[in-house]
Design a protein around this ligand. Structure first.
Ligand SMILES: Nc1ncnc2c1ncn2[C@@H]1O[C@H](COP(=O)(O)OP(=O)(O)OP(=O)(O)O)[C@@H](O)[C@H]1O
Ligand SMILES: [Mg+2]
Length: 448
């Protein structure tokens, strides 16, 4: 963390004590106990966002790191940032597994994430360790009768619901889905069959392509196809918050995925690691990368029921060390949807909304080069018109073709820019053929 870093301040402190503390801290920014005071005071003053930034700066502190981790987790929890909260508290529990307050806090985070079994387990352990921590309100919320109203109590392993989105929710991309099915889903479900033919499991798949075309969505749907849990990790976020603590955090993430297996562990923005490696300012970053690769290699050799997927918009920033066998050995281009794909996506996204007669063929023709996210925006814009009209007329007015056409005239697709960027890489840095799929797509669409 750079010495010049100042915590972002959303709210200027109104509390005079807090103001004094902050002035003192400005004079002695390296005074960790003082910063802890500030963070705690801010948390009490209901300024969780600011408090969180101070707690984060203390995470690497040898004496105060764990306390700061819990503070950060509490703040993230109160901000509703549940993934972050879980990350913070997991890191503390990795270093002190029997931390009673930590376990109680993690129980609260799990409760908010609707992972009631995990919450109960943590809560019970916390209270065993420290009976003073008993919290009847939390416990009531976790009673099994309230957990799975459909009577599924006991059937689900201790890890919360599996992913619900499947390939049926993904419009178009038939080739891509087929390849994922053959290369990823089936080996995951039937490892023995693949082993019999000398095909090794392990090794993840890296999705690349223009923004908004469904890389993240596909990863989620792959988890659904595998009947697995879906754990998504934004690497930029991990790296930004965890300077000095990233290794611990990464390990906690991999451990969590193991514990919840079967799991699809998805790393978004894999380029974050590659870029950092290129810059390689500090030895600390090297440690993170080494840790990450070691964790990946560990999965490949132990054949656990954890599938690792990654996604990036900038595959050229991903270090080649990540592509070795057993790591992200397979690379898959996720293109913008073709015409039938666009029609299908529009149909899927409009399905639950009031709509008039639709000509999906025509809509698909009008949206060449549009991503799935662009199509979602298009529908949102048309929905706004429909809502305006409904407010005026006092009854529900459906989304109509003219509304969509008007929105089409106002909006622009977002994938062109990306193809502009990748063009050079395809032309001049494609010796190993890693961008062949993108190159092929670009040739067919006159983008080269
Ligand atoms: N093929 C598709 N079928 C259905 N929905 C899609 C499809 N592609 C994109 N979408 C919709 O667009 C949204 C954005 O897609 P997603 O986040 O998966 O894109 P991405 O490729 O990961 O983008 P980025 O590179 O910006 O991370 C999704 O939440 C999804 O609702
Ligand atoms: Mg994404």
């Amino acid at each position: 963390m750079g010495a010049g870093y100042t915590a972002p301040m959303q709210d200027r402190p109104t509390d005079p004590t807090l103001k004094l503390l902050l002035e003192a801290l400005a004079l002695a920014p390296d005074n960790a106990p003082l910063r802890m005071h500030v963070a705690t005071a801010m948390e009490k003053a209901a300024q969780p966002r600011d408090a969180l930034s101070h707690f984060e700066r203390l995470l690497g502190d040898r004496a105060l790191g764990d306390e700061a981790g819990l503070g950060a987790a509490r703040c993230a929890l109160s901000l509703g940032e549940l993934d972050r909260a879980l990350g913070f508290v997991n890191a503390v529990l990795t270093s002190v597994p029997e931390h009673a307050m930590g376990l109680l806090l993690r129980a609260r985070v799990h409760e908010r994430r609707n992972e009631h079994r995990d919450a109960r387990r943590d809560y019970e352990r916390a209270v065993q360790l420290d009976p003073e921590l008993a919290d009847t309100k939390l416990w009531d919320a976790l009673l099994p009768s309230r957990v799975e109203p459909d009577g599924a109590v006991g059937k689900e392993p201790e890890t919360g619901p599996r992913e619900g989105v499947t390939f049926a929710d993904v419009g178009g991309l038939d080739d891509v889905k087929e390849r994922i099915r053959m290369r990823i889903v089936l080996p995951f479900q039937k490892p023995d069959l693949f082993a019999a033919f000398g095909k090794k499991g392990g090794g993840g798949m890296l999705f690349y392509g223009p923004p908004g075309c469904g890389k993240t969505f596909l990863a989620r749907a792959t988890a659904g196809e595998c009947g697995a849990h879906f754990v998504s990790v934004g690497l930029h976020e991990v790296l930004d918050m965890w300077i000095g603590n990233s290794e611990r955090q990464l390990h906690a993430i991999f451990e969590d995925a193991r514990r919840r297996a079967p799991t699809v562990l998805f790393f978004d923005e894999v380029d974050a690691l590659g870029m950092q490696r290129a810059k390689l300012v500090t030895g600390a970053m090297r440690g993170v990368i080494t840790q990450f690769l070691a964790e990946l290699d560990g999965f490949a050799s132990r054949n656990e029921k954890v599938l690792v997927l990654g996604a990036t918009n900038t595959p050229w920033d991903v270090d080649s060390a990540f592509r070795r066998p057993g790591r992200f050995s397979q690379v898959l281009f996720v293109p913008p949807p073709d015409r039938p794909g666009r029609a299908q996506i529009l149909k899927l996204k409009l399905a639950e909304k009031p709509q008039g007669p639709m000509d999906f063929q025509r809509l698909a023709e009008m949206t060449e080069g549009w991503s799935g996210a662009d199509l979602e925006n298009l529908i949102d814009a048309a929905a706004e018109s429909a809502i305006g009209k409904s407010l005026a007329s006092g009854k529900v007015e459906p989304i109509t073709m003219p509304m969509l056409e008007a929105a089409r005239a106002r909006l622009r697709p977002s994938t062109r820019e990306w193809f502009g960027t990748i063009r050079n890489h395809v032309q001049f840095a494609n010796e190993s053929g890693q961008y062949d799929e993108a190159a092929d797509y670009m040739r067919r669409h006159n983008l080269m």
